[in-house]
Write a protein that binds this ligand. Structure first.
Ligand code: ATP
Length: 222
């Protein structure tokens, strides 16, 4: 992997039976950035993140991720009868590298009660527990599937601010997906635009706006 890239994908493809959900995806994700994976429902965002996280095996092409990945799915993986503190204990148990302080700090910032059963927390609070678990595993690349979807605007601003401060502090790379661009509130400075499983464009937001983006559609050199 090129040392500046957190993720390097080449001609990545994934199909469910005969239907290609992802096709010819080629891109590099620069390190230490917050990148947005943007696309309509069904565009292939979850599939791409699952392949990059090794939850699904690609049918074509290759993907290299430089370091550990944490993936937070849309359905937040918290156990109803476990408290947030229990979830962190589980995180410590399941991860070879674990930063309890960072995970706790995330929960504190969002005032998540540590001892209440997760099933009794709001959806937004459960999401924070899932984010804290991911942060505690000290990933080099943090992938969040629609993390801002069920948050109110204030919580959204707080989450994005905290993500940016984690990126500043640790140099990790964040890839978050959304189908609502306005949700992003300027947090991402790098964009991957996905439609029908194909990457239409990828690059710095500034480059995209000035027309200097790399268009990565069907390859012309193949
Ligand atoms: P959403 O925002 O709705 O989750 P998405 O952009 O994440 O959409 P994917 O969930 O990756 O998109 O789905 C891409 C395509 O693959 C869709 O057409 C979807 O119906 C199909 N698909 C996803 N998972 C499966 C599966 N397990 N079996 C069959 N088809 C699937």
């Amino acid at each position: 992997v090129d040392t500046a890239s957190a993720v390097r994908a080449r001609d990545l493809g994934k199909r469910y039976r005969a239907k290609w959900a992802l096709r010819e995806c080629t891109f590099d994700l620069p390190k230490g950035r917050v990148a947005a994976l943007v696309g309509a429902n069904g565009a292939g965002k979850t599939t791409l993140m699952s392949v990059l996280s090794d939850l699904l095996v690609a049918d074509e092409g290759s993907a290299l991720v430089d370091g550990r990945v944490a993936f937070v799915a849309q359905e937040k993986p918290v156990y109803r009868h476990f408290s947030a503190a229990d979830m962190l204990r589980l995180g410590a148990h399941l991860n070879t590298v674990w930063d309890q302080e960072r995970a706790e700090r995330w929960l504190e910032r969002f005032e998540i009660p540590l001892d209440k059963a997760c099933g009794k927390l709001s959806g937004g609070q459960q999401a924070q527990v899932a984010f804290a678990l991911a942060i505690g595993s000290r990933p080099a690349v943090l992938m969040l599937d629609e993390p801002l979807a069920n948050l109110d605007p204030l919580a959204r601003r707080e989450v994005t601010a905290e993500l940016l401060s984690e990126v500043d502090e640790t140099g990790m790379t964040v890839l978050l997906s959304t189908h609502v661009v306005s949700e992003l509130g300027g947090v991402a400075d790098y964009l991957l635009l996905l439609a029908h499983g194909r990457l239409l464009a990828g690059g710095d937001v500034d480059d995209l706006l000035t027309g200097h983006a790399t268009f990565v559609g069907p390859r012309s050199d193949a």
